[in-house]
Design a protein around this ligand. Structure first.
Ligand code: ZN
Length: 169
């Protein structure tokens, strides 16, 4: 620990990591997801795709960003997932009460600029209609020329209050 009189959250989490290591089974998992599934989901703390879908290590790719938006970078990860590591299905999950819902790119850029002093020149992909955002995301995946497996691309809204996963696309 460097120049710190108290533990940071990261330091505390590193204690958890040591505990994880001591309990880690030496399982022979390769990098190819055994369920051949890639999940793209919002980074929200209330959405835990592993618990929600009953996934564990070795089973699926987990791609997360603010909003669970199908950005170029999400396509980049999905392209690796499908073309290099053999996944065949995509599960897209956005959720109620999302920080990107009901705001605008301009408002978010204003906030970032006010706090950091720098105005981003990239889009935030804010949205106003949750279901439409999921449907558009599914459409973006299905129309990507870089993704050969487009037969099972399904989109969902996770309701953070009820814990329900609702299929919308
Ligand atoms: Zn969110």
């Amino acid at each position: 620990m460097v120049n710190s009189s108290r533990m940071s959250q990261t330091d505390e989490l590193l204690v958890n990591a040591r505990s994880y290591e001591s309990g880690h089974r030496d399982v022979e998992l390769g990098p190819h997801p055994v369920r051949k599934v890639a999940v793209l989901a919002c980074m929200d703390t209330r959405l835990n795709p592993y618990s929600l879908l009953g996934l564990t290590e070795g089973e699926a790719h987990m791609i997360r960003n603010a909003g669970g938006v199908v950005t170029d970078d999400a396509i980049r990860s999905l392209a690796i997932s499908q073309n290099v590591l053999g996944t065949e299905e995509v599960i897209l999950i956005q959720h109620t009460d999302c920080g990107l819902l009901g705001t605008t790119d301009t408002e978010l850029a204003d906030r970032v600029e006010a706090a950091s002093g720098s105005r981003p020149d990239w889009p935030f992909h804010a949205f106003t209609d949750l279901e439409r955002s999921v449907r558009e995301g599914v459409g973006r995946i299905e129309s990507s020329p870089f993704l050969p497996r487009r037969g099972s691309v399904r989109g969902f809204v996770f309701e953070v209050q009820s814990g329900r996963l609702r299929e919308v696309a």
